[in-house]
Design a protein around this ligand. Structure first.
Ligand SMILES: C[S@@+](CC[C@H](N)C(=O)[O-])C[C@H]1O[C@@H](n2cnc3c(N)ncnc32)[C@H](O)[C@@H]1O
Length: 234
């Protein structure tokens, strides 16, 4: 049987996405695609929604302990909320937000207009697997709610390792999947404990050290969510 265009398209996406969305009604699948690679009007709406749910970004940024001179990279920056929070802290450094979605880069650039003009923030089109920066360019790097969509986790993590300076800090944050969560609950789409274990193992095998976990049980606007962050040092 011929597979649908959407299904073949999803094969280029991360394993987490593939694990859970098969069999979704087409219209629902199309809406969820907007969180994987926002485009068009629906993508713009998804960006506004993501920007409103900023608690996770605040948590992420708190874990990074950004200093004024830091050079920080966020991969999969979406509408640029974390970039703005990071730029408030890296006042003498640089914050780069990278995303493959033109719609997201436009929203992020608008949100961070002043910092971009001042040369303290950069928003660029790009993907995890080919970071357009030289080796050791960043002192810190982070990503949140983006790993689910990366085509190859090891390739993306290797790129982050390459782009970080020795001693550089990485924070990778994901939502955990909750058994029994309904299809409209973001906890339906998330990491399992096994996938989190694979992430830790991949970081260690690539050469990251001091790998630790932080868990955050959040009760917010979208209900009960469990977030996990993995901290690691280059
Ligand atoms: C659910 S959104 C999260 C955005 C933002 N980090 C946040 O938490 O609000 C996922 C983002 O990851 C981006 N993305 C998807 N695949 C990616 C890849 N391979 N490399 C980098 N970013 C990617 C999408 O374009 C999208 O903006």
């Amino acid at each position: 049987m011929m597979r649908s265009e959407a299904s073949r398209h999803r094969e280029g996406r991360g394993q987490v996405w593939m694990d859970v969305d098969d069999g979704l009604p087409r219209v629902l699948g199309h809406c969820f695609e907007q969180f994987a690679r926002p485009s068009g009007l629906l993508g713009r709406l998804a960006g506004h929604l993501m920007a409103k749910l900023d608690d996770d970004d605040r948590w992420l940024v708190g874990l990074l302990d950004v200093q004024p001179a830091d050079r920080v990279l966020e991969v999969g920056c979406g509408p640029g909320v974390a970039v703005a929070l990071l730029a408030e802290r890296a006042t003498a450094g640089l914050v780069v937000g990278l995303d493959p979605s033109e719609v997201m880069i436009r929203q992020a650039a608008r949100r961070n207009r002043a910092a971009v003009r001042a040369g303290r923030a950069e928003l660029r089109l790009g993907m995890d697997s080919a970071l357009p920066y030289p080796d050791g360019h960043f002192t810190k790097a982070c990503t949140i709610h983006s790993l689910y969509f990366w085509p190859s986790l090891p390739d993306g993590l290797r790129e982050l390792h390459r782009a970080l300076a020795p001693g550089g800090q990485l924070v990778v944050a994901v939502r955990m999947r909750r058994a029994g969560a309904g299809r409209f609950d973001p906890a339906y789409f998330g990491y399992t404990e096994r996938q989190l274990g694979d992430l830790v193992a991949a970081l260690e095998s690539i050469g990251f050290g001091e790998v630790t976990r932080r868990r955050w049980e959040q009760v917010g606007r979208i209900g009960r969510q469990t977030m996990e962050a993995i901290l690691a040092r280059r």
